[in-house]
Design a binder for this molecule. Structure first.
Ligand SMILES: Cc1cc2nc3c(=O)[nH]c(=O)nc-3n(C[C@H](O)[C@H](O)[C@H](O)COP(=O)(O)OP(=O)(O)OC[C@H]3O[C@@H](n4cnc5c(N)ncnc54)[C@H](O)[C@@H]3O)c2cc1C
Length: 269
């Protein structure tokens, strides 16, 4: 839709260009920004000209996913085999046309932090960190699971830009099991469960069914009773027209049991 209140459009080419004037906001892919009225927005600062590499290797073996990386670029990156399926499953969980996937960005998805933000599901399960740039030149890092504090709420302060999401090396070699459910075949995610096998634990990350990513740490070889007991400790569930709270809770428990059993089954082969 037209944003009738917008009177200026700037291209960000350097970090200095990221300082926002009153009324300005960032536009990345614009897939959400132009989807609803933005009466308070009088100017847009386009992040695309910054030219950040979509996915870059880090010296410690991890990777940095630029905020401006699109869903399509994330999907087509040559990921290690251990995480390739997980990346594809999370990108597929975003029910977008190829046109939207071509422009929607990881930074925009994290800035919005909707419960069904599937790249947040991915980066939470990967134990990634959000790298935030402040206008004064400072930088801070926040684990994704602490960055999102509620449905559509984050700890990002005014004037902070999401620069990248950094994935640690260890997460790129771990094993994963993914489960997702929605009310209809092509519906928005109602619950997403991703189990990660660490050397000393099974880490279960719940998204879409909870207002923010919820992480459960279980001992290796956790029994079904231990998995169910851990799910019962989840402090808050999310409900909306895409699924009632009691149904999401029950589906999350079922999927957590399946995902943990899948990892245990692979380990015993
Ligand atoms: C058909 C369709 C289906 C969709 N399905 C889903 C879905 O299943 N799940 C879901 O979560 N979303 C969904 N969306 C919403 C949206 O498209 C995605 O969340 C997308 O990833 C947003 O990215 P963008 O680059 O288009 O963000 P934009 O629309 O450009 O920006 C979104 C917000 O993030 C801010 N922002 C963007 N980049 C940064 C940055 N680097 N630092 C700080 N702030 C920033 C902007 O100022 C703005 O407030 C859907 C949208 C459409 C049109």
């Amino acid at each position: 839709m037209d944003l009738a209140s917008v009177a200026s459009y700037r291209l960000a080419r350097s970090r200095a260009d990221l300082a926002l004037a009153p009324g300005e906001t960032y536009v990345a892919g614009g897939t959400w920004l132009f989807s609803e009225p933005q009466p308070a927005v009088t100017g847009l600062v386009d992040l695309a000209p910054l030219g950040w590499a979509p996915v870059a290797a880090l010296p410690d073996g991890g990777v940095s996913i630029a905020a401006t990386c699109t869903i399509e670029q994330l999907q087509t990156h040559p990921w290690p085999a251990s995480v390739a399926a997980l990346v594809r499953q999370c990108c597929d969980a975003l029910l977008m046309s190829f046109k939207v996937q071509h422009t929607a960005t990881i930074g925009g998805n994290h800035a919005l932090s909707l419960p069904a933000a599937a790249t947040v599901s991915l980066t939470s399960a990967l134990a990634a960190e959000v790298v935030l740039w402040h206008a004064d030149g400072a930088e801070r890092r926040v684990p994704v699971v602490d960055f999102v504090v509620g449905a559509g709420r984050t700890v990002r302060a005014a004037g902070e830009t999401i620069r990248a999401i950094e994935v640690p090396a260890a997460s790129l070699t771990a094993r994963y099991a993914f489960r997702r459910i929605s009310l209809t075949d092509l519906g928005r995610s109602s619950a997403v469960v991703i189990a990660r096998q660490d050397p000393d634990a099974v880490v279960v990350t719940i998204t879409a069914a909870t207002p923010r990513p919820t992480v459960l740490r279980l001992p290796p070889g956790a029994s079904p009773a231990q998995v169910a007991a851990a799910v019962a400790t989840v402090p808050e569930w999310f409900g909306d027209p895409h699924g009632a709270v009691d149904w999401r809770r029950a589906q999350t428990e079922r999927m957590a049991l399946e995902a943990v059993a899948e990892l245990a089954g692979e380990a015993s082969r």
